[in-house]
Write a protein that binds this ligand. Structure first.
Ligand SMILES: Cc1ncc(COP(=O)(O)O)c(C=O)c1O
Length: 392
């Protein structure tokens, strides 16, 4: 029988995996199933690991450049999967998307300038703005009548000033799982263009999108938006290879690219590590079939959570349009945020990300990472169900 690689149980405890190694520190015990950090408990594709092993057969591990073939592999992937035709000179190496975020903030704004961040969002968005001494404009994302989180451009217009220089966009959105529509992105893009606000678009989750939703790269929407966008992308999420510390930044505008490059050179982060180059190139060049299987698996997990959620009335769940993150509405449990986190640890034995960590709008929510084998997800849902039953 053929083995389904997405359902193979892998023991990561005892490794340096952040998700496991920090359990006691974060949750006070290692007796929890960790479903927080956004990497997958699914093996990095075999063909990527084979490429890395092959490179190890050569005995010299000296300085290396990131080869054009690696960039070309990524360009090919984006052309095939996102209908975005990138040019080689638009791209540069970065050790991580968060590092690129900081570099872009420094390159495209001054100390004291304002940067828009939407709440809730991946926590380093706030931290990177603060660490670089820029001022945060926190724009709340709120649910509409259908329960869909939206930004509000009238409210945003009242929040921005002449010192607002950047918008940090998370597209698709972590933790909400939103895949912004063309209409939404065009409206937001026009808002920024009108006011001279540059967009730094974190698209690290761009491949993890469920049909019929489609990811639209911000830079693909119009010529004007292409020239106004710094796009942050990488294979870390899609191929579960965040530990290779390799991503890229795509900046079509020559002016923005020059400013970004000047800042990047100041940081001296070079061109990355030799095994990462090999992994990156292989992942993008040969990943289509593995990726299709992954998306089938994750889409099945989305449905598994949906049928569990509809079988009990305690946790609100709207299927994510993208990402492998479930945003669980726990407000009917009637607990404070601290109590909620402790409840999941003590009663359900699950280490989830408290919603409040993503911003004020996350209060009463928990984020669950469902990029796990199906049986692991089912066990986690069962223990969550038992814990909830115990409160009734
Ligand atoms: C939206 C978003 N951006 C960036 C990252 C991290 O990217 P990197 O590891 O390349 O810094 C994550 C990881 O969870 C993320 O969700």
């Amino acid at each position: 029988m053929e083995i389904n690689p997405y359902n193979v149980l892998i023991d990561r405890s005892g490794t340096n995996a952040e998700k496991y190694a920090l359990r006691t520190h974060l949750f006070g015990t290692d007796e929890v199933r960790p479903m927080w950090v956004a990497d997958m408990d699914i093996a990095t594709p075999e063909y990527v690991l084979e490429a890395v092993k092959k490179r190890l057969n050569h005995p010299v591990m000296g300085y290396e450049i990131m080869p054009d073939a690696a960039y070309e592999a990524q360009i090919g992937w984006f052309a095939r999967h996102h209908a975005l035709i990138m040019k080689r000179q638009w791209l540069s190496y970065s050790p991580s998307v968060v590092a690129s975020l900081g570099c872009a903030i420094r390159a495209l704004s001054e100390e004291g300038d304002e940067v828009i961040v939407m709440d809730p969002v991946y926590p380093p968005f706030y931290a990177t703005v603060k660490h670089n001494r820029r001022t945060l404009i926190v724009h709340p994302l709120r649910r509409d009548a259908e329960g869909v989180y939206r930004f509000d451009l009238d409210l945003l217009a009242s929040q921005v000033t002449s010192r607002t220089k950047l918008l940090l966009l998370c597209s698709p959105h972590n933790p909400l799982g939103r895949v912004w529509s063309r209409q939404e992105l065009e409206a937001l893009g026009a808002f920024c263009l009108d006011r001279g606000i540059r967009i730094v678009s974190d698209e690290i989750h761009c491949d993890l999108v469920y049909a019929p939703n489609r990811h639209l790269p911000t830079a693909s929407l119009s010529d004007a938006l292409r020239e106004n966008t710094v796009m942050l992308i990488g294979p870390g999420k899609t191929f579960n290879m965040a530990g290779f510390l390799i991503s890229t930044v795509c900046i079509p505008s020559e002016e923005l690219r020059e400013r970004y490059d000047a800042e990047r050179k100041r940081l001296h982060w070079g061109e990355g590590a030799l095994l990462s180059h090999v992994a990156f190139e292989a992942a993008y060049a040969r990943g289509d079939a593995w990726y299709a299987g992954l998306m089938d698996h994750l889409a099945g997990n989305v449905e598994t959570i949906a049928s569990w959620a509809s079988s009990q009335n305690a946790i609100g769940y709207r299927k994510p349009e993208g990402t492998y993150l479930a945003w669980l509405d726990c407000r009917t449990l009637g607990m404070g945020d601290r109590e909620l986190r402790d409840f999941f640890v003590r009663e359900a034995r699950l280490g989830l990300s408290p919603g409040l960590g993503f911003g004020k709008e996350g209060s009463g929510f928990m984020r669950l990472n469902f990029a796990v084998p199906r049986s692991v997800l089912e066990e986690a849902l069962e223990s969550m169900g038992r814990a909830i039953d115990g409160t009734r």
